[in-house]
Design a protein around this ligand. Structure first.
Ligand SMILES: [Zn+2]
Length: 242
């Protein structure tokens, strides 16, 4: 059927409640960092979020947090520990009086170890030694950098640079959120362009390419249509009737 929109790696299939109506196959994007069609779109979206937060006047700092490889049993442990450590560090920063909003990007070094880049918006000054202490206590490495991000656009670019890497060229393990932000980071909210499903259909998500799904359903003897085609047919029907 030649779906152009998104990667169409998955399909949303609408089975009609009324017999004789066509089955609707909607292309559905997989939204994975490993997909060569979806990853650049995600990177662009995160860059825009970083940028719009960075443009709001106020104190912004650029922070790098590293892994101490001597503390780790191996890379696998280093990766699975990231979330817990980050939560620990965030709450210890908060209880030390350093409150703020952040945008965080998870990166891998060439050797495959995780480290974190952050844009941090918060009024309180965080001394580097204090940050290093807290990072160490949270389970990260002692080595960390913090500096004022004057010209925040450049830092937004730097923080997000890793996200633009070729989809399959990074050692970030499967299933990791490479970018995330605190709830109040200023900027556009994440919008998904999926339209509300039609209630006269039962909707399934099928994890095959939309073309494959459409061909399979057609081979079973159903009439298959796309959302766009269905809309056109309905408009034509209304015109002919009127
Ligand atoms: Zn995709």
């Amino acid at each position: 059927m030649g779906y152009e929109q998104g990667c169409a790696r998955w399909a949303m299939v609408g089975w009609p409640m009324v017999a004789g109506e066509p089955v609707i196959v909607c292309p559905f994007k997989c939204n994975s960092w490993r997909c060569e069609r979806c990853a650049p779109n995600k990177a662009r979206r995160w860059f825009n979020i970083a940028l719009s937060g960075a443009r709001v006047p106020g104190r912004i700092r650029f922070i790098t947090i590293t892994t101490d490889t001597s503390k780790e049993g191996g890379q696998y442990e280093a990766w699975i520990g990231q979330g817990t450590r980050w939560n620990r560090l965030r709450s210890s920063l908060k209880s030390a009086g350093y409150t703020g909003e952040y945008l965080r990007v998870l990166e891998a070094t060439k050797a495959g170890w995780p480290h974190i880049h952050l844009l941090w918006r918060g009024a309180a000054y965080i001394p580097q030694r204090r940050l290093s202490e807290l990072a160490d206590k949270a389970g990260f490495g002692r080595i960390c950098h913090i500096k004022r991000a004057d010209g925040a656009e450049g830092y937004a670019r730097y923080v997000c640079k890793y996200l633009f890497k070729a989809a399959d060229s990074t050692p970030v393990p499967f299933g990791y959120r490479r970018a995330c932000k605190s709830a109040n980071w200023p900027g556009p909210e994440w919008r998904d362009d999926a339209t509300a499903p039609d209630p006269y259909y039962r909707w399934d998500i099928m994890r095959w390419h939309a073309d494959t799904v459409a061909a399979g359903i057609a081979a079973d003897g159903y009439t298959v249509t796309t959302p766009r085609q269905q809309r056109r047919d309905m408009e034509r029907g209304a015109r002919d009737a009127g």
